[in-house]
Design a protein around this ligand. Sequence first.
Ligand code: GLP
Length: 261
Amino acid sequence: MEVVIVPDAAAGGELIAEAVAALLRRTPDALLGVATGSTPLPVYQALAAKVRSGAVDVSRARVCQLDEYVGLPAGHPESYRSVVLREVVAPLGLSPDAFLGPDGTGEDVLAACEAYEAALAAAGGVDLQLLGIGTDGHIGFNEPCSSLASRTRIKTLTEQTRVDNARFFGGDIEAVPHHVITQGIGTILDARHLVLLATGEGKAEAVARTVEGPVAAIVPASALQLHPHATVVVDEAAASGLELAPYFRATRAAKPSWQGL
Ligand code: GLP
C-alpha cells in the first residue's frame, strides 16, 4: 500500500479531493464510496470547492454509503443516510437519485443487507472507496474479529465505538444503536481503489497496526494490505507510530508527478 504523510487534515482533504476529481475526469459516472465520521469532512469540503470553481464536473457522479445504523427512524439526523445527504450529496449538488445506501429502518435487516450487495453489484461496483478508521482499527463498522471475507451484514458495535460515536448523539451513549449494517471487509476490498484517511494522535496506534502489523481480523483495516490499490493518507499526528515514516516520506518526495494516488 502507499502511505502518504501530509502536514494536516486540510492537506489530506485536498489531496484526496484531487484524486476524486481526477477519477471523475476519467470516469464521469464513477461510483464513489463515502465514509461518515469527522475525518472525511475536509475531503468533502475540498471537493465541493472544486465543484464551485468549475475544476470538476460531478453531474454524473454517484455516491454510496459504507454503513448504517439499524433502528433509527427514517430521517433521523444522525442516520448515515442523513449524514451523507447533508455532508456529500447536497454540497456537491448531486441528485438524491445518484445515491445508494442500505436501509436500516426496516424489520427485515437480512433482506436489506442482501439488497445492498445486489445494488452495489448492479451499479458496477465502487470505483473509489473512501475510508476512515476507528480507534480499534475498524473500517466501515467492521469491528475487530470481523471476517476478512465478510459481505454486507448486521454487526454489533463494541462499547468503545458506541462511546466514540456518542458525541453525535448529544453525548448520550444510550442513544447510539447497538446494531448496524455494514459493507463487509470482502465487499470493501471489491472497490477498485481504497483510500483511507486518518488524522490525529488518537488514530496513531490503529494506523501503525494497519500499515505495519500483520494482516489480522483483530485489526480489520489491516485487510487493506491485501488490496492491489490501497492508499493510506495520514497527518503527522496519525503517522507518529509508523516505524517506516522516513521511507514513506522519501517515497512520496521522489514520486513521479504524472502518477496520481
Ligand atoms: C464510524 C464509521 C467509520 C468511521 C469511524 C471513525 O465508526 N462507521 O466509517 O471511519 O466512525 O470516525 P471518525 O472519523 O469520526 O473518527
